[in-house]
Design a protein around this ligand. Structure first.
Ligand code: ZN
Length: 378
């Protein structure tokens, strides 16, 4: 590395292949950071027991499971309670204690389907073929000759989660009804089951609606606000492309008037958090040259804003960039970093997207570039 802490391209060219040089140049470096151990599974480089456990269990699942189901991450991110996900997981791996599975384990308790008295109870029968299942699905042949794991796979592969949440409710109601019958001898009622399915769907929709679901009505209505007089506000955003990332930084004054903007590309970056962080660094190193000492930086990346404003340093690649941002900010003088919603950041977003067709980094002063000019009404 050079004395200033950057990669020495001359040296790299002598020692490495071209494609490796690109990878090395895309690796952030900071000479103020000493070598130390990092946890690769976490973007902040911090180890947690939860991640260690996930790594171990996913390795085990990959080693032993070869069924038709593979939408695991979709399954675990469904907006339904954990125990319902756990039920879906057991069904996807076909390890629910239905009678055909018990038979495979040499636990033969006899009897077929507890609900409809079909001669056998497999997960495909219980959740797909059984008369009760057909009624709840409002469909006579959900399986279409395949297994219930195939059905789960195709439902979870849909872009909308509505159908998957309905599936989760149907599975949950069938499984509890079946268990109540087997263990407590409670007679099943199809009307009660139907009501239970729609009750769960409403309950979960309400309980999990706080999670962001793309642009909602309320989100689009949040307006950008100009800074107080004497301050300048700089909105920053990043955009990911197939070959790397782009950034946009737009400075406006207390009247909301365009002051200046900068946009550009950086290659080799594929991680959104990293891209947003580099975008702010690029913005700050440019703002430093503008001869103004008081800025509000707005980013829609909550991870970045929290990390920047935190008193802890993160020992990771992204942490080195955040440290650089802090140094640049204190060089400038009075810089505050605030989180805003995406909808209030659309000027920076539009500029970041437009860098996809730009060759190098560009700066505009007084007159906004064409790609964002229609967003200024004045
Ligand atoms: Zn049945």
């Amino acid at each position: 590395m050079t004395a200033s802490g950057d990669w020495d391209v001359q040296v790299l060219r002598e020692f490495f292949e071209t494609e490796d040089i690109h990878r090395i140049l895309a690796t952030p470096a900071n000479k103020h950071f000493k070598d130390s151990w990092r946890w690769l599974g976490d973007i902040r480089g911090i180890y947690s027991v939860k991640q260690g456990y996930q790594l171990l269990t996913s390795g085990e699942a990959n080693a032993s499971y070869t069924g038709p189901f593979s939408a695991w991450s979709k399954l675990w991110s469904l907006p339904v309670p954990p125990r319902t996900k756990h039920l879906l997981w057991r069904c996807a791996r076909d390890i629910l204690p239905v009678r055909e599975n018990l038979k495979l384990k040499h636990v033969w308790i006899g009897g077929g389907c507890p609900l409809c008295s079909a001669p056998y109870e497999s997960s495909s029968h219980l959740f797909g073929e059984c008369w009760y299942a057909k009624d709840l699905w409002c469909q006579t042949d959900i399986l279409q000759g395949l297994s219930i794991q195939h059905v789960m796979q195709s439902i979870l592969s849909l872009s909308s989660t509505t159908k998957a949440v309905e599936m989760a409710a149907v599975f949950y109601v069938i499984w509890t009804t079946r268990n109540n019958l087997v263990w407590q001898n409670t007679a099943p009622s199809i009307v009660r089951m139907r009501n239970h399915v729609s009750h769960l769907q409403n309950l979960w929709a309400e309980a999990y609606s706080k999670q962001p679901r793309g642009l909602t009505q309320a989100d689009t209505e949040v307006a950008w606000e100009p800074p107080n007089s004497g301050k300048l506000k700089c909105n920053v955003d990043a955009a990911l492309f197939t070959s790397g990332a782009g950034f946009g930084a737009v400075v406006r004054d207390h009247m909301g008037r365009f002051v200046a903007a900068r946009g550009g590309r950086f290659d080799g970056i594929q991680d959104p958090f990293m891209a947003e962080t580099i975008a702010v660094r690029e913005a700050l190193s440019w703002l430093k040259t503008l001869h103004h000492r008081s800025f509000i930086i707005e980013s829609d990346c909550l991870n970045f804003c929290n990390a920047f404003n935190s008193c802890f340093s993160e020992f990771s690649y992204v942490g080195t960039i955040i440290a650089q941002c802090r140094v640049l900010a204190s060089d400038i003088g009075d810089v505050t970093v605030c989180h805003i919603r995406r909808s209030s950041n659309h000027v920076a977003h539009a500029l970041a997207r437009a860098t996809g067709s730009m060759s190098g980094s560009q700066v505009w002063e007084n007159i906004p570039p064409a790609c964002i000019s229609k967003l200024f009404h004045h």
